[in-house]
Design a protein around this ligand. Structure first.
Ligand SMILES: *Cc1c(COP(=O)(O)O)cnc(C)c1O
Length: 230
């Protein structure tokens, strides 16, 4: 080969990861806690979709890298008092809507800013008590009551979830199947929900299981960028 610059380890890990994902499964490169240079390397390798979990950090990265060549997903717990600032950054998708109160606040603020905000509803199935999100029954009830019809400026594009933090593959698979089946039930119950098509699940340690269980979007950080230094 002539005239090719050497691939960085980020690029080679990214290439390997992409090759392992079936067609139709998207990849969010979770870049939280990593410097903009790391994102630029991934961008040079064709990655456009990045995930961040803190509003301040996203603001700094958008200021430096922009939103033309980079597409941003917000994946962290969001406090209602940060909604205005986050929406001004125009994230393509907020994946972590974990309460009706937060959803209402996003709706209000998006209407105020004159935009339609795309979101995912976060489902909580994992064992850990500290994880955020709707219980599956709670979310089914929310959709069953057709509460989405009250939204003026939010488009719900699907669901997001995490598996329990464990080495037990069976437990992880059961969690992912529970997320996928909540999504399927919502879709069956509300066939008129337009553009409800994303099941975001799977991280560095468990994305192959998530894909087997019906994920359409994986969120992978350390397997691309290496360990985070908090
Ligand atoms: C950090 C994070 C990820 C990525 O985690 P890795 O283990 O580094 O792949 C995915 N999803 C969410 C919600 C996260 O906060």
């Amino acid at each position: 080969m002539t005239d090719m610059s050497p691939m960085t380890s980020i690029q080679s890990r990214l290439d390997t990861l992409r090759q392992s994902l079936p067609e139709g499964v998207g990849l969010v490169a979770v870049s939280k806690f990593h410097p903009v240079e790391a994102l630029r390397e991934a961008r040079e390798d064709g990655q456009t979709l990045f995930g961040e979990s803190r509003v301040q950090e996203l603001a700094a990265k958008v200021a430096e890298l922009g939103d033309r060549d980079y597409c941003w997903h917000f994946i962290g717990h969001l406090q209602t008092n940060k909604v205005r600032q986050l929406l001004r950054l125009r994230p393509a998708l907020i994946e972590s809507v974990d309460s009706a109160r937060l959803l209402d606040e996003i709706d209000r603020e998006a209407a105020r800013q004159g935009i339609i905000q795309n979101v995912l509803m976060q489902i909580h199935v994992a064992r850990e008590e500290t994880k955020f999100g709707f219980a599956p029954e709670e979310l089914l009830e929310w959709f069953g009551d057709r509460r989405f019809e009250n939204l003026k400026a939010v488009h719900i594009c699907g669901v997001m979830g995490m598996a329990s933090n464990t080495d037990d593959r069976e437990r992880i698979a059961a969690d992912f199947r529970a997320i996928r089946s909540a999504y399927d039930e919502i879709k069956a119950m509300c066939p008129d929900l337009r553009g409800f098509s994303i099941v975001s699940m799977g991280m560095s340690d468990d994305y192959p299981v998530a894909v087997e269980c019906g994920s359409t979007l994986v969120r992978v950080g350390s397997a691309i960028f290496g360990p985070r230094e908090y």
